[in-house]
Design a protein around this ligand. Structure first.
Ligand code: CP
Length: 333
């Protein structure tokens, strides 16, 4: 069963072929058809871009799409196995997965980390349950660990700017401040994807903001195999110097996981971790990227996000085209 759960389940060549198709679809050089195919989307968390772009992608390919939000559309789902269901959960996730897999030719799931216990969250239990029980391809629309559709659109955007060979192109993936401890799926995914394409990755974060060691180790291995470079640093000048892509994202600290009030105090001294014009001036005329939504004045200054170097709306648009390629890859035939 082919799923789209993380880009690192695919080779750079396979991802590159999906991006080539996405670019051709965007430029209207190719057409693809998924008429008669049905996609079910299940959201455990809110979305603006992911929901809109997936629904439109499926409709524009001629297929059908049904969207459900667990915060009102469905029965409350029990996610623990082997429990006596006399609590709030009215339907087991196993049953929901089996049923939705009978209706849909693929199921898209958005389920963020619960944010209390990293050992539990890092197993991505909801995506894993759907992959195990639905019987159809599962598309990860952002889980605890990964946001592969975002990463595919991100790499597509970088390729549109710099061409298809990204080997050695410097990308700065920088932590940014934020009032809340946000999920790690986006930084994990752009780190893995940029490493897969052999980029010169500078992973820039203050002390306490490392990603899970399994992700960093996998990124190192992907980078080595692709002939790229991966540098982990807390030195802002080193991270930005001569970079061609500045990719900003905030995420929560694993050291303070489940303790947001303590982390908030710790973050008070990190207010300078904002992407501003002064930092962008250190780069080699880099483009600015962020998956959105973004807090202006906290993560990035208006002067950067509103500048000609900002690629954030191209990134958001490319979600639509990249997801058509993902859907076609999973559902054609
Ligand atoms: N970037 C992204 O996934 O946006 P949404 O959370 O709005 O879907």
């Amino acid at each position: 069963m082919k799923h789209f759960i993380t880009t690192s389940d695919y080779t750079a060549e396979e991802l590159g072929r999906m991006i080539d198709l996405a670019i051709d679809l965007k430029r209207k050089k190719k057409k693809r058809n998924l008429s008669g195919k049905n996609l079910v989307l299940l959201f455990f968390n809110p979305s603006l871009r992911t929901r809109t772009s997936f629904e439109l992608a499926m409709q524009q390919l001629g297929g059908n799409v049904v969207t459900l939000n667990t915060g009102g559309d469905t029965w409350k789902l029990e996610t623990e196995n082997g429990v006596i269901m006399d609590g709030a959960g009215a339907e087991h996730i196993k049953d929901a997965a089996k049923v939705l897999g009978r209706y849909g030719d693929a199921v898209g799931i958005r389920a963020f980390a619960a944010g209390e216990d990293w050992e539990k969250d890092k197993k991505d239990p909801i995506i894993a349950a759907f992959a195990r029980h639905s019987g159809v391809p599962v598309i990860n629309m952002e889980s605890s660990l990964y946001h592969p559709n975002q990463a595919l659109a991100d790499i597509m955007t970088i390729r549109e700017k710099y061409g298809s060979d990204l080997k050695g192109i410097p990308i700065t993936i920088t932590w940014a401040n934020h009032p809340k401890p946000l999920p790690m799926a986006v930084p994990n995914s752009i780190l893995l994807a940029s490493a897969s394409f052999g980029m010169d990755v500078r992973f820039l974060r203050p002390s306490g903001y490392d990603l899970d060691s399994t992700i960093l180790e996998r990124a190192q291995s992907l980078s080595q195999n692709a002939g790229g470079k991966l540098t982990v640093t807390d030195n802002i000048e080193e991270g930005y110097k001569d970079s061609r892509v500045v990719y900003a994202k905030s995420w929560g600290s694993l050291e303070f996981y489940g303790r947001p009030d303590e982390e908030k105090k710790h973050k008070k001294k990190l207010g300078n971790w904002i992407v501003n014009s002064e930092k962008m001036d250190l780069t080699g005329n880099a483009i600015f990227m962020h998956c959105l939504p973004v807090r202006r004045g906290v993560v990035v200054s208006d002067s950067v996000i509103d500048s000609a170097s900002s690629a954030v709306y191209d990134e958001a648009e490319n979600r639509l085209h990249a997801q058509k390629a993902v859907l076609y890859n999973l559902l054609a035939n």
